[in-house]
Ligand binder design. Structure first.
Ligand SMILES: Cc1ncc(COP(=O)(O)O)c(C=O)c1O
Length: 459
């Protein structure tokens, strides 16, 4: 080996040892706590992506805090400074951070076996798939388990083409389905799509919330000889700005899809597992999709795991080759499955959807009052369950409000590259005392924004 290469590997071993010493220490010194912050900033600058440090939407840009430990509805920095988490990892933390019931199950599984041989039948994957079939609506039966949201969307799109033999997809403007090639083709935002054109062919986007537009698109495509495999839709657009469609939207889509022999894919990565006040957002409408995609909170806030679940007739083609759809190395691993099994139990046992509904209604009622008081800075509030959006007149005002809230130790979030609509998406286990604190801080931040932007306008 080249001597400089050998020296650099030796340095890497030294650095790994130093980092692990730090991670394994029961108590850190004040100096070490500070060093973790400054080293993290250096590492992001030199080895992750310095641009990330510049485009934070909701938190202070002085970078004196890094995330270090968490529990329930809070996380703490290295110095023990505590923040109420009202962003909830964009939906991951439905059951809170490190929910003890989920952690206990995952720890037990970790002590038994973590990943799988890839060859034998895997009991946890089987148990989880059975539970998914039991908690999803209608005759949804078979699951395909993956690791990330975009990956699950890829599987949904592939399954729709594989099973139907048809080609096109109808998606919606403003939709967010992830950033891998297929998922970003379904995504309805130019900013994520444009750099990668040409994308996967066969995707058409229509106005969200307009079922007639979907029907028109299907008719137009079929009349010129194309075939439509599926309509893909979020029950509420999250990244698009918490857009709630009319009540008859999903039932109408179901009817249209049945009429034209097109599959309906619902992306419940953000809205599932109780977030909107029902187990799945489609439950509110009694709609059974052909493919339901889940993620984020599915792993109980402890492990990354996503899945698609589909009605049995879609699985027919897989009889020929069970691996034709995909075979991700880590998909359905026992550790992640154990977390999802624990998450389903907790969600049912503690009626998490009801928690989300009651707390969401409570927050929304207070937000509507705040909107009346500060109409210049809070233009609209809307939401369902604990998926709540606050709309500001501009990105600048949204960023100002979220920064002010962060100063007072409450984290809210914008959408991926914009703060004009900010989300309040806390864990369902957040206490009413914590909610009161969030509302108090929000009121303060809106008051500050009102003053600041009035002054700016005045000159
Ligand atoms: C509705 C929806 N679909 C898909 C995704 C993509 O998931 P992932 O980021 O895990 O790839 C997200 C992520 O925010 C989402 O909200």
């Amino acid at each position: 080996m080249h001597p400089t290469r050998e020296a650099s590997l030796k340095e890497a071993l030294k650095e790994a040892t130093r980092i692990l010493d730090l991670l394994m220490k029961p108590e850190l010194t004040e100096e070490e706590k500070g060093a973790i912050v400054s080293e993290s900033i250096e590492n992001y600058t030199d080895y992750v992506n310095p641009a990330i440090l510049k485009v934070r939407k909701s938190v202070s840009t002085d970078y004196s805090f890094v995330e270090w430990e968490d529990e329930g509805a809070v996380f703490r920095d290295t110095h023990g400074i505590e923040f109420i988490d009202c962003l909830g990892g964009y939906g991951i933390y439905m059951l809170g951070h490190r929910n003890p019931k989920v952690v206990e199950v995952v720890k037990r599984q970790l002590n038994r076996y973590a990943l799988h041989s890839q060859e034998l039948v895997e009991p946890l994957r089987g148990y989880l798939s059975k539970l998914v079939a039991m908690v999803t609506p209608g005759d949804i039966q078979y699951s395909f388990i993956c690791n990330g949201g975009a990956e699950a969307i890829e599987m949904a799109l592939k399954l729709a083409r594989l099973s139907s033999g048809k080609k096109c997809f109808i998606s919606t403007i403003g939709a967010f389905h992830g950033k891998s090639m297929g998922a970003v083709s379904a995504t309805g935002k130019a900013v994520y799509r444009e750099p990668y054109l040409p994308l996967v062919p066969g995707f058409f986007h229509v106005e969200y919330g307009d079922a007639e537009a979907v029907e028109k698109a299907i008719k137009s495509l079929t009349s010129v000889g194309e075939t439509v495999a599926a309509v893909i839709v979020e029950p509420i657009q999250g990244e698009g700005g918490i857009i709630i469609p009319p009540d008859d939207y999903l039932p109408s889509l179901r009817e249209i899809c049945d009429h034209y022999g097109v599959y309906l894919i619902t992306d419940e990565i953000q809205t599932g597992m109780g977030r909107t006040g029902t187990f799945w957002a489609v439950d509110r409408y009694d709609v059974v999709p052909d493919i339901l995609v889940m993620g984020k909170a599915f792993g109980g806030g402890v492990m990354p795991i996503t899945a698609i679940a589909a009605r049995p007739h879609l699985w027919e083609r897989m009889k020929e080759n069970p691996y034709i759809l995909g075979s991700p190395t880590f998909g359905g691993n026992p550790l992640s499955c154990s977390a999802a099994i624990a998450a389903i139990k907790y969600t049912l046992e503690w009626d998490v959807p009801r928690m989300a509904k009651e707390k969401g209604d409570y927050i929304l009622k207070h937000l509507l009052e705040l909107k009346e008081r500060y109409p210049e800075v809070l233009v609209d509030v809307r939401g369902r369950g604990l998926l709540i959006g606050m709309e500001f007149p501009s990105d600048e005002v949204g960023f100002y409000v979220s920064k002010k809230m962060f100063e007072k130790r409450v984290l809210i979030g914008g959408t991926l590259n914009n703060a004009r609509v900010c989300r309040i998406e806390p864990p369902a286990i957040i206490s009413y005392e914590q909610i009161e604190r969030v509302l108090e801080v929000l009121e303060y931040a809106l008051g500050e924004a009102d003053k600041e932007f009035r002054e700016r306008k005045a000159g």
